[in-house]
Design a protein around this ligand. Structure first.
Ligand code: BYC
Length: 473
């Protein structure tokens, strides 16, 4: 296998697709359905072309090509990271055996499920972000949105390739279903909760790309450890693209906080709405929402599903090979968040295997704390005493140990009545959302930026901020 993609093919790929006519035909017959979905559910703003990167190579250097591309002509392709010759399974009951090139019959259903759940999130996010182009704060941000969108589309291709190449007729049916479900639909919603929420404004978009894309980073990181080598190599390459998406979120929130801090200092007030900025209290509420729904994406604190995935070698831990244990965990234990016997928020000891969702979630939480530290540094740098923070893991949860109770951001248990009365202090209210939406006026002029956000420090691919990143039609 070469690392460079074959762009003479209808579907660019580095998986020698032309040597497997059956698969090629199956994917080529899915392609027009993908394009119809893209036309109906992809970015709504009409554009002539956009300055985009396209993956052309999976090697270490120079993997992307940059050019102005009409979005519909983006070359969505299939790329697997290079094969690691002699790769061995690093964990679970098959530890030390050679990685699999095919799907073992006994794990077919579980692997298909993992790939379908992963695949379902990719088009969902494109659907959620469909209308954001209408209110972009700058051409730079508009470009970043579209880059994220086309790459999530490519990540859908990545999962569809696995389904069609390794799961026969079931895989082809699942590939069609991925285009049929849709975010927020009552009849046929996306599989995971966060992917049925709205992304109606750019503050939500930055929070989503910070918190929800970061779940993607950790889930892809565990699938990269998979004994099923094509899944592992697919996820490895997806992670490369994913880094940009998180940069968009991280620096997006940086810039909102920076602008708010500036307005607070200039006017010596916390009340920045009169000055067209987003109050820190509203930023905190958006953070609380996106963080808590993203915690739900890790599944329950204890889960027999995850124990089975691990033991079978399907889904590993974050940086599995750096862990200093036996990589089987059959006799280990872990403390996980739980309701105590008297119904209080506490912890309990469970087997390390059933606690693996918690293990992953903890890695994620400490990564999220990194963002909070950055934003607090911006506030401190502006000379302000205000700080943002992550709410308690029990706050606003719909999945796992705390799904059945209400808790405030400090982890205090609340009655349903108190939660009903007070949740507007912690989660965006209609008033907050309406205010944020009122700020969302498009700025499409080169080098200009909306008043509620600071410009970025750097442009994209060494281009300046005032580059003409997007040509509207
Ligand atoms: N919403 O055994 P449990 C990304 C279900 S993001 C609704 O505790 P498990 C991206 C669960 O399916 C990364 N339902 O869960 C980001 C199970 O149902 P069954 C996406 C939920 O299996 C931004 C039941 O509840 N990738 O890439 O241990 C933009 C009991 O759950 C939810 C993956 O998630 C929920 N939030 O773990 C674009 C990786 N949570 O079996 C892209 C693949 C749980 O009783 N998925 N349920 O019918 C997995 O590894 C696991 O399925 C999960 C759940 C981590 C999601």
């Amino acid at each position: 296998m070469t690392t460079t993609a074959d762009y003479t093919e209808k579907i660019p790929n580095n998986v020698s697709l032309r040597e497997d006519r059956r698969l090629q035909r199956a994917l080529e017959s899915w392609q027009p359905n993908f394009l119809s979905w893209w036309d109906a559910m992809g970015p709504a703003l009409p554009t002539r072309d956009v300055y985009l990167r396209t993956a052309v190579n999976v090697g270490r250097e120079g993997w992307a090509h940059w050019a102005f591309v009409p979005m519909r002509d983006y070359r969505w392709g299939i790329f697997l990271a290079e094969r690691a010759p002699g790769r061995m399974i690093a964990f679970g009951e098959h530890k030390g055996e050679p990685a699999w090139d095919k799907v073992p019959g006994e794990y077919r259903a579980e692997l298909r499920r993992l790939i379908v759940v992963q695949g379902d999130t990719e088009p969902a996010s494109v659907e959620q972000q469909r209308n954001l182009g209408a209110t972009a704060p700058s051409l730079y941000d508009l470009r970043n949105l579209f880059q994220v969108n086309v790459e999530e589309g490519r990540h859908l291709w990545a999962m569809v390739y696995l389904l069609q190449a390794y799961f026969g007729r079931d895989g082809r049916e699942e590939a069609e279903e991925l285009l049929r479900r849709s975010s927020g639909s009552l009849e046929s919603p996306r599989i995971l909760g966060a992917f049925n929420e709205e992304t109606p404004d750019w503050l939500s978009f930055y929070m989503f790309t910070y918190f929800t894309d970061r779940d993607g980073k950790y889930q892809l990181g565990t699938l990269k450890e998979s004994a099923f080598d094509p899944l592992s190599r697919t996820c490895e390459f997806m992670l490369k693209e994913e880094a940009h998406h998180m940069m968009v979120g991280t620096t997006g929130i940086d810039r909102v906080v920076e602008r708010t801090a500036q307005v607070m200092v200039e006017n010596d007030t916390d009340e920045v709405t009169g000055h067209g900025a987003i109050p820190l209290s509203v930023i905190q509420k958006y953070l609380n929402f996106h963080y808590s729904v993203s915690l739900d994406l890790f599944g329950g604190e204890t889960s027999t599903n995850v124990a089975n995935y691990y033991t079978a070698g399907l889904k590993g831990r974050w940086l599995e090979e750096r862990r200093r244990d036996d990589h089987k965990l059959a006799s280990d234990s872990i403390m996980v968040d739980a309701l105590t016997e008297d119904g209080e928020i506490g912890q309990t000891e469970v087997s390390a295997l059933t606690g693996l969702n918690t293990d992953l979630r903890r890695e994620y939480v400490s990564d999220c704390q990194g963002g909070v530290n950055r934003w607090n540094k911006i506030l401190a740098g502006a000379g302000l005493p205000h700080r943002v923070r992550l709410p308690h893991v029990a706050f606003n949860r719909q999945v796992g140990a705390f799904a059945g109770i209400e808790a405030g951001p400090d982890g205090e248990k609340l009655s349903t009545a108190e939660w009903e009365r007070r949740n507007g202090e912690w989660l965006p209210t209609e008033v907050d959302k309406t205010y944020v939406r009122s700020l969302m006026q498009p700025v499409y002029e080169r080098g200009k930026i909306a008043a509620w956000i600071a410009p970025p420090r750097n442009g994209i691919n060494d281009k300046p901020f005032d580059y003409d990143y997007v040509h509207l039609s």
